[in-house]
Design a protein around this ligand. Structure first.
Ligand code: GN1
Ligand code: MG
Length: 364
């Protein structure tokens, strides 16, 4: 993006101070993000292009984010918190009063105030896993009484029944002629599919709530201060109503795998119970006071659900001929699917150990 272009976009927002420099920020895969450095005492800003191919309803997306950040801000104020502008994001209004701007090319932009002197982590350690569990649990806790209904920024994002239907459709069509090669995986997924869809059934029976969740709980979606204290949770595009399993289970899917989700060497795939313990300890420190007994009982299910769901999604994409996920080589999605299946199996071997650990935490 050139300087004239950015200047034109920034001019649409009520920012203070003269812009000195605009440079790329972070390593997000979805949106384009820039750090806007200003002269003198004015705050710096973050400029983001919202990927509206993935988030198709930007109005709804920004509405969710406005409601959530305003609610968190009120909670922090009521608690007498200090440094509130470092603990919740602040979005800058565009000239028309909205928190986003659509340019002539149909691209969507938003601006937030940059929080200086922060640190992010890429690697999950027992310590950062504990802090992440506590931070994401606290995020959910602050949002249990959001006064307005929020929408799903990606409809049915973590709906396991939908993901099974998509797999069955892929199998039916066999668009890329790859089905024969993956029959054994499809059969294994079908064997456990019903069990993995229990959250949707419990929801229909009124026994499981949806709450406002983050739905992208990675360790790099938290900001820490220079002393190592968690400041806030960021990357709020997927904040939407979901089962709390989304936040709890998806963190462990990546954080507690001994290797990357696309490692083709399955001997390296496995469930790291130490990360599970640290994350669960932190999560329950902040979340146990609002979770229902059904939600708590199903935490081990949530740990299994996410590698299972991700296997279904990768495999369906492989059968469809790689239309959703970016791939680097022809069997990339297949390697990912096998990796997630291996993780799923290993998680299931820890069902009893996970339940026992959670019980131990509740007894203390
Ligand atoms: C996608 O792009 P990334 O890594 O943030 C996907 C997640 C998957 C993940 C698997 C919108 O997220 O749901 O878990 O890939 N996001 C979307 O690597 O589909
Ligand atoms: Mg991110």
């Amino acid at each position: 993006m050139n300087a004239i272009e950015t200047a034109g976009i920034l001019a649409q927002f009520e920012i203070m101070g003269a812009v000195r420099e605009v440079k790329p920020l972070g390593n997000g895969l979805i949106n384009d993000t820039y750090h806007v450095v200003t002269e003198g005492e004015s705050p710096d800003y973050v400029l983001q292009r919202i990927n509206n191919a993935i988030f198709q309803d930007v109005e709804l997306l920004q509405h969710n984010i406005e409601v959530v950040t305003a609610h968190i801000r009120r909670k922090l104020e009521a608690d007498g918190a200090t440094d509130i502008d470092r603990k919740v994001l602040r979005f800058v209004k565009a000239r028309d009063g909205k928190t986003y701007y659509r340019d002539e090319g149909g691209r969507y932009w938003r601006v937030m105030v940059y929080i200086p002197d922060t640190v992010t982590h890429e690697a999950v350690t027992p310590e950062s896993a504990h802090d992440a569990g506590k931070a994401f649990g606290n995020f959910e806790k602050m949002l249990v009484d959001v006064p307005e209904a929020l929408g799903e920024t990606i409809p049915d994002f973590h709906n396991m029944e939908l993901r099974m239907r998509q797999l069955r459709e892929a199998v039916e069509n066999d668009a890329a002629g790859r089905l024969d090669e993956v029959r054994d995986i499809v059969d294994e997924l079908e064997r456990d599919g019903d069990e993995m869809c229990q959250a949707e059934r419990l929801y229909r029976e009124g026994r499981l709530p949806k709450r406002i969740c983050h739905c992208d709980t990675k360790v790099n979606n938290m900001l820490f201060d220079k002393q190592g204290q968690v400041l806030c949770v960021i990357d709020l595009d997927t904040v939407m109503p979901s089962f709390i399993f989304s936040d709890y289970g998806d963190f462990l899917r990546t954080g507690a795998n001994f290797t990357a989700e696309d490692d083709p060497d399955l001997s390296r795939v496995g469930f790291n119970i130490d990360i599970f313990k640290a994350f669960t300890t932190g999560y329950l420190e902040s979340a146990r006071e609002f979770l229902t007994p059904v939600e708590i009982d199903l935490l081990p299910y949530a740990v299994a659900l996410f590698p299972f769901m991700q296997c279904v999604r990768f495999l369906a994409d492989y059968i469809n001929g790689d239309t959703y996920y970016k791939t680097k080589y022809p069997t990339h999605n297949l390697d990912r699917a096998r990796n997630q299946l291996a993780l799923y199996r290993d998680v299931r071997r820890h069902d009893a150990a996970m339940a026992a650990y959670i019980q131990e935490l509740l007894n203390n």
